[in-house]
Design a protein around this ligand. Structure first.
Ligand SMILES: C[S@@+](CC[C@H](N)C(=O)[O-])C[C@H]1O[C@@H](n2cnc3c(N)ncnc32)[C@H](O)[C@@H]1O
Length: 364
């Protein structure tokens, strides 16, 4: 299998969420292994399913977080921009616009009143309808433009100035906007959606068979839709790095989620974490063919005392009681602090984690 000429894909920029590796890494690794059916049990923002799609492999994934599952589903979508734009227009046209806007300085300074009114209409729609491909693609599109830097591309983002990859705490933002006299932009939400939908979906790669499931990967029942997998490719949450809700709370608000959702790997102590990972490797083995490759990235948060990822991984493979054989590992080149920080706010972890890539296979 050769790498596609276009290594980046517009769908990759749907929403910069949870990504632990650039698209080029799964692309080159998958191309080397030439898999038919790729599965990511921690699919997050859908980098693995998208890489599988770009290579023409079947693309399967699972995540316990609704926002992650929605974004991953959108990355497998082949909708025409016009259907997304019409759907968005219909939701706004049918909305009663009777939702009471959230009170407080943050909401007053983050969005203009008309933008907030439209966002509330989408929010009440997404709270009940996120099943269809159309709703998932529209929701992911809006999640990608709900916040971001103010001045770079005029009208590209709906919020007052913010990072696009994560949401800092609301008080931090309110203080920053007040101190610098920054006001929310007046934007036509439908126009912004139309621009973004055309950018993302006008030139989609060919569709492939696949499915993204919202589910807890520790439970064997969630694996029924998947079988004959020949490549597992993933990046589990790093032990001690459990800041998803706190860094994505504004996007989750759009889906009606206002607190951390259940179903995440247990991080109470390394033994619980290893036990949970072992269950995932066991269930993955059960849906895989002999010889299936397991490729994963695991890291450790620098500033906290956390166990060695190599130890966590080898313990979990052993505890899985499945026939996984570890072939090797490699330390990932550290991201320079310059690219890791996002002006003018810093990410929750200020230093990049220490990360390793691991390669294993299922004994034949
Ligand atoms: C490091 S992120 C994955 C990043 C992904 N590779 C990407 O490119 O965006 C880990 C993901 O695992 C998910 N997760 C954590 N515990 C889970 C569980 N028990 N079942 C399914 N997904 C889980 C989290 O919601 C998160 O999206």
């Amino acid at each position: 299998m050769t790498l596609p000429r276009k290594r980046q894909c517009r769908l990759d920029s749907i929403c910069p969420y949870f990504t632990r590796f650039p698209l080029t890494f799964p692309l080159s690794q998958l191309a080397e292994n030439n898999p038919q059916k790729v599965f990511d049990p921690f699919c997050g923002g859908g980098t693995t399913p998208l890489a599988a799609r770009l290579l023409g492999s079947q693309a399967y994934g699972m995540d316990s977080n609704l926002l992650a599952a929605v974004i991953s589903r959108a990355k497998l979508s082949s909708l025409q921009p016009a259907s997304l734009i019409n759907h968005a227009a219909a939701i706004l046209a049918q909305a009663n616009h009777d939702e009471i806007p959230p009170a407080g300085e943050f909401w007053r300074l983050c969005f203009s009143p008309s933008v907030l009114r439209d966002l509330l209409a989408f929010r009440s729609h997404f709270k009940t309808c996120l099943i269809s491909e159309l709703d998932a693609a529209l929701c992911a599109t809006i999640a990608g433009l709900i916040h971001g830097p103010g001045n770079s591309i005029r009208g590209a983002y709906l919020s007052n100035e913010m990072p696009s990859s994560f949401s800092p705490a609301s008080q931090l933002l309110t203080d920053y906007w007040a101190k610098h006299g920054k006001n929310p932009p007046e934007i036509n939400v439908l126009d912004a959606i139309a621009r973004r939908a055309c950018y993302l979906f006008a030139d989609c790669p060919p569709p492939v068979p696949g499915q993204i499931l919202l589910g807890d990967n520790r439970s064997s029942e969630c694996y029924h839709p998947f079988r004959d997998i020949d490549c597992i490719f993933c990046s589990p949450p790093y032990y001690g790095l459990d800041a998803y809700y706190s860094s994505q709370w504004l996007r989750m608000w759009l889906l009606g989620i206002e607190e951390e959702t259940p179903g995440r790997l247990d991080q109470d102590d390394p033994a619980c974490y290893t036990r949970d990972l072992a269950a995932v490797w066991r269930h993955c083995a059960a849906i895989s063919r002999p010889g299936t490759r397991l490729i994963l990235r695991l890291g450790k948060v620098s500033e906290r005392h956390s166990p060695d990822p190599k130890q966590l991984l080898t313990d979990s493979l052993e505890q899985s009681a499945a026939d996984w054989i570890l072939d090797g590992y490699e330390r990932v080149k550290t991201v320079s602090p310059k690219t890791y920080r996002a002006f003018p706010f810093s990410l929750p972890a200020e230093r990049p984690p220490v990360e390793y890539d691991f390669w294993a296979h299922l004994e034949t």
